[in-house]
Design a binder for this molecule. Structure first.
Ligand SMILES: Cc1cc2nc3c(=O)[nH]c(=O)nc-3n(C[C@H](O)[C@H](O)[C@H](O)COP(=O)(O)OP(=O)(O)OC[C@H]3O[C@@H](n4cnc5c(N)ncnc54)[C@H](O)[C@@H]3O)c2cc1C
Ligand code: SF4
Length: 350
């Protein structure tokens, strides 16, 4: 065997919470796997989250636990800073070339490449990328995560931020922007962020501008009620414009669609709760693997009811947020369910 060739049963593309959960569950079933992650670190988005809804446990700790299990296993080979460049199927084995000049021979591939957040620059009326104190929700998450007990500082001048606005539905539910779908979890993560701010900074004020509140899962509605008990204000209305004042404050104009009157306010930081889009490499990966995507760009399952992990191509499977937006616990569950699907597939195709 060429020394640059590695044989394994399964190749997982993407080392986020889904990819890690998949490898750990395959390991428990006695199946070896390789995880190919394109960035320099495993963990995907969740490694940046200090508190996650609905129960406010640490996202970083969940990732650390999974990474520890990966390190302890002799069956899992994590490979970072690498992406796949070609895929060929010969006699039931996939031969995958990667950017590290290695060849991986595997019997099944699981794609777990996740999602990207909407580029808020495309909604120019909010001034994202122009005004430093207009940030997106991932940036707010990093600020909350960097100093888990501390105050929030304004990006423009480092002053403590107390007046916060959170704008829901940025880049989602818009035919104009090409994303007609609801991103499903941003009402919940935004509410979680509002709670974190109120709990940390007792004299803070948080105003959420929303279109509808969609807190659909167990514990989510209770979290929304708790936010209101803490004093988070929910204003039903679409923000029409954000503009910066000379001192860096952000002036927000909106229409209260419940009362039918215009509303405005001055804030230290405005966070845009951006929706979720298919992962940046989706097009390339779909071509390399010869699998299909839906009109909205997310990957298509063979049958979303009866074969939720299968694709149209034998031996290539999907897991996690690449088929649509999901909370972390659903991604962890998909890691488990795709592993049992793979066990059945490998058993049948011995
Ligand atoms: C601001 C924000 C806050 C959130 N808060 C919560 C919360 O509190 N609770 C909750 O349940 N959910 C929350 N979520 C949702 C959570 O982020 C997702 O459920 C989770 O990240 C999905 O995991 P994933 O592994 O499918 O995708 P990702 O986390 O996107 O991981 C995908 C991985 O694949 C890698 N990758 C991509 N392309 C390639 C390629 N070509 N080759 C190799 N690797 C590749 C990426 O680098 C990444 O490491 C939040 C989301 C956002 C945006
Ligand atoms: S989950 Fe909430 S914020 Fe996100 S797109 Fe749907 S309605 Fe808008």
């Amino acid at each position: 065997m060429d020394k640059k060739t590695t044989n394994s049963k399964v190749l997982i593309i993407g080392g986020g919470v889904t990819g890690l959960s998949t490898a750990v569950n395959l390991d428990m079933l006695g199946i070896d796997s390789i995880i190919i992650e394109k960035t320099s670190e495993m963990g995907g988005k969740v490694k940046e989250y200090s508190r996650i809804f609905p129960d406010f446990r640490s996202g970083k700790n969940i990732i650390q636990e999974l990474i520890d299990k990966v390190k302890q296993s002799s069956r899992i080979k994590p490979v970072v800073s690498t992406f796949i460049t070609s895929v060929e199927r010969i006699n039931g084995t996939y031969s995958v070339l990667a950017s590290n000049n290695k060849k991986y021979n595997v019997r099944a591939i699981i794609l777990a490449c996740g999602f990207e957040v909407f580029n808020a620059r495309l909604q120019e009326e909010y001034g994202y990328g122009v005004y430093p104190n207009v940030i997106n929700s991932l940036e707010l998450e990093s600020m909350l995560s960097a100093d888990e007990e501390g105050i929030l500082l304004r990006p423009s001048d480092g002053k403590p931020a107390k007046r916060m606005a959170i704008v829901f539905c940025v880049g989602s539910r818009s035919k104009r922007l090409g994303n007609p779908y609801c991103s499903r979890i941003c009402c919940s993560y935004s509410t979680k962020q509002a709670i974190e701010i109120m709990e940390r900074i007792p004299d803070a004020s948080v105003t959420c501008f929303y279109i509808d509140i969609r807190t659909y899962d167990r514990g989510f509605e209770e979290m929304y009620q708790y936010a209101q008990e803490l004093g988070v204000k929910y204003v039903r209305g679409r923000v029409s414009e954000c503009s910066a004042l000379p001192n860096g404050d952000i002036h927000v104009r909106a229409e209260n669609t419940l009362l039918g009157n215009p509303v405005q306010g001055i804030f230290d930081i405005v966070s845009l709760s951006v929706g979720m889009m298919p992962c940046a490499d989706a097009d390339n990966l779909a071509k390399l693997l010869s699998i299909e995507r839906s009109e909205d760009g997310f990957f298509t399952r063979k049958d979303s009811f009866l074969s939720p992990h299968d694709t149209v191509r034998e031996g290539i499977f999907l897991a996690g947020s690449l088929t649509g937006l999901k909370p972390i616990k659903d991604c962890l569950l998909e890691g488990m369910s795709v592993s049992s699907r793979i066990t059945a597939y490998l058993g049948k195709n011995k």
